[in-house]
Design a protein. Structure first.
Length: 523
């Protein structure tokens, strides 16, 4: 972690080095504000006196929030700038180290009992343990990869093959969310895109698997009241950081990392928490037989996660320990249908297809190489064939996977909005070609933000507090990525791993709280 004090507004960036084995989190801004946004615990802090505010009286307490028991604080720079610095450090729990230069070396060792004060090795005591992830989509694969990089042995369970659900969409857009007030969603989206592109560039092949050639954002100023007449003029915005990615390819790349074992065709019907007979979490099938066991359980099964949690609350051996579970963010199933066609069947349509992806009221992505091995679609398409995709629909509380003609027509009807000049001709030409459909069920929360964190009642590191349980890190959740799974998966996985290990968070703490499962007070 690196902090660059300045008078400018807070800035945060995350850099992955050596294949994710080394993470550098960089903060810049006023020191008191930066310390509040770290959200993790440090093993050692080096502080230059020239970075301290004129009145360092609150600096000690701010530093203490970033420390675990035994954290070493090294003071550098001219002490003459703050001769009374020890008056700020001692009341906060810092003890001067004997034998060191006076005032230069301190250790965080408060004489009072603190629930949040964790021993230096507490965050990593489970790092060589076993973890189980339920769900082999974008969320589950990203979590498995993040945990494996930290030394966990990870078992991933899925009822089908990896990326068989919503993460099996043939192609997806990576494009930032924009807003005039730079909203929470926009800022989280920007952090998510940076995290995903870093993974994509390191794991996938440019061209067949992804292309960062920008995205044209079409934002209609007004639409006809009936929704059927000519649309009003629209403004366009160019996103140079946007592009398309094949989600299934990313899922398989994450699951291929060392330390990860995948068990396909293993539908999990129930979760069994640790008890007097079993010291670990267990995943059970319909017959009650054990599928796998692990000290850490992570639910990343999309909408199916809600049924598993509900069953645990009603039938679990410790249901009385889950007072917060009924108030957790409720999950919602979102059906989406994508329309696609091949270049070989379009003929005269090719000149109408845009060179870069279009997004806004629907989307259009052209020039995507076919990859039937990961798409899971039938046909004799060759790997060199190019395809175009438009959609997707967004239907709440719907789980029917059968393609619908009305949805195909709805996807085509959006083309004139995306491409006002050629959209009408494009929609007509496309309708005369051989069309195909892909259908998937996404999962969203009520506020359309992901849900990440320890399930209340089942975590020994809940809210950064040690509860005394040492044999089971607990039950964690990573789901509700909605229609932005590509944008959120890598970020949410790193957020989960950082919270579990009490590392600096992959985004400012004030922003990360919008993704925490504890935000139940909004509902």
């Amino acid at each position: 972690m690196c902090i660059t004090p300045s008078n400018a507004p807070l800035r945060h960036s995350r850099h992955s080095l050596h294949g994710g084995q080394l993470l550098l989190t960089h903060y810049s801004g006023a020191l008191p504000g930066v310390l509040k946004e770290i959200g993790g615990l440090a093993d050692e802090i080096v502080l230059d006196t020239r970075c301290l505010p004129r009145d360092p009286s609150t600096t000690g307490r701010a530093l203490a929030r970033c420390c675990r028991l035994g954290t070493r604080l090294q003071i550098t720079g001219p002490m003459v700038l703050h001769p009374n610095l020890e008056n700020a450090l001692k009341p906060a729990g810092f003890v001067a180290q004997a034998g060191a230069v006076a005032g230069n070396t301190w250790v965080y060792a408060p004489h009072w009992q603190q629930r949040s004060a964790v021993a230096p090795d507490a965050a990593g005591k489970h790092s060589q343990g076993c973890a189980m992830v339920v769900g082999a989509g974008l969320a589950g694969a990203a979590v498995a990869a993040s945990l494996a990089r930290r030394g966990w042995r990870v078992c991933v369970l899925d009822a089908q093959a990896p990326a068989s659900g919503a993460s099996g969409v043939p192609v997806g857009l990576l494009v930032p969310h924009t807003s005039k007030d730079h909203s929470v969603l926009s800022r989280i989206s920007a952090a998510g895109l940076a995290a995903t592109w870093a993974q994509v560039r390191g794991l996938l092949k440019q061209g067949p698997d992804w292309q960062q050639n920008g995205v044209q954002q079409c934002a209609p100023v007004a639409l006809a009241a009936s929704g059927s007449g000519p649309h009003a003029h629209a403004t366009a915005q160019w996103h140079a950081s946007g592009g398309w990615v094949k989600p299934a390819r990313l899922v398989h790349a994450w699951l291929a990392q060392p330390g990860i074992a995948v068990q396909s065709g293993c539908p999990v019907a129930r979760l069994a928490p640790p008890d007097a007979e079993h010291a670990q979490w267990r995943a059970l099938d319909d017959a009650g037989d054990e599928l796998a066991r692990a000290s850490l359980m992570v639910l990343a099964a999309g909408f199916a996660s809600q049924a598993l949690l509900s069953d645990l609350a009603l039938n679990g051996t410790a249901s009385t320990a889950l007072p917060g579970l009924p108030r957790m963010p409720l999950l919602q199933a979102i059906r989406g249908q994508v329309t696609w066609g091949s270049y070989s069947a379009t003929g005269a349509l090719l000149p109408l297809l845009p060179a870069t992806p279009q997004n806004g009221h629907g989307s259009l992505i052209a020039g995507v190489p076919a990859d039937t091995s990961c798409e899971g679609v039938a046909g004799d398409a060759k790997a060199t064939e190019l395809r175009w995709f438009c959609g997707a629909t967004y239907q709440r509380d719907a789980q029917n996977l059968a393609p619908r003609l009305a949805d195909q027509q709805a996807n085509l009807a959006r083309l004139p909005v995306l491409l006002p000049a050629t959209g009408a001709a494009l929609a007509t030409a496309v309708a005369d070609t051989a069309l195909h459909a892909w259908v998937g069920i996404r999962c969203a929360s009520r506020d359309r933000l992901p849900v990440v964190g320890p399930v209340p009642g089942w975590s020994c590191l809940q809210s950064g507090e040690a509860t005394g349980q040492t044999n089971a890190p607990g039950l964690w959740l990573c789901t509700a990525l909605g229609s932005r799974g590509l944008s959120y998966a890598a970020l949410c996985a790193e957020l989960l791993a950082a919270r579990l290990h009490q590392e600096p968070l992959p985004l400012p703490a004030s922003l990360a709280r919008h993704l925490f499962i504890e935000r139940r007070s909004r509902y």
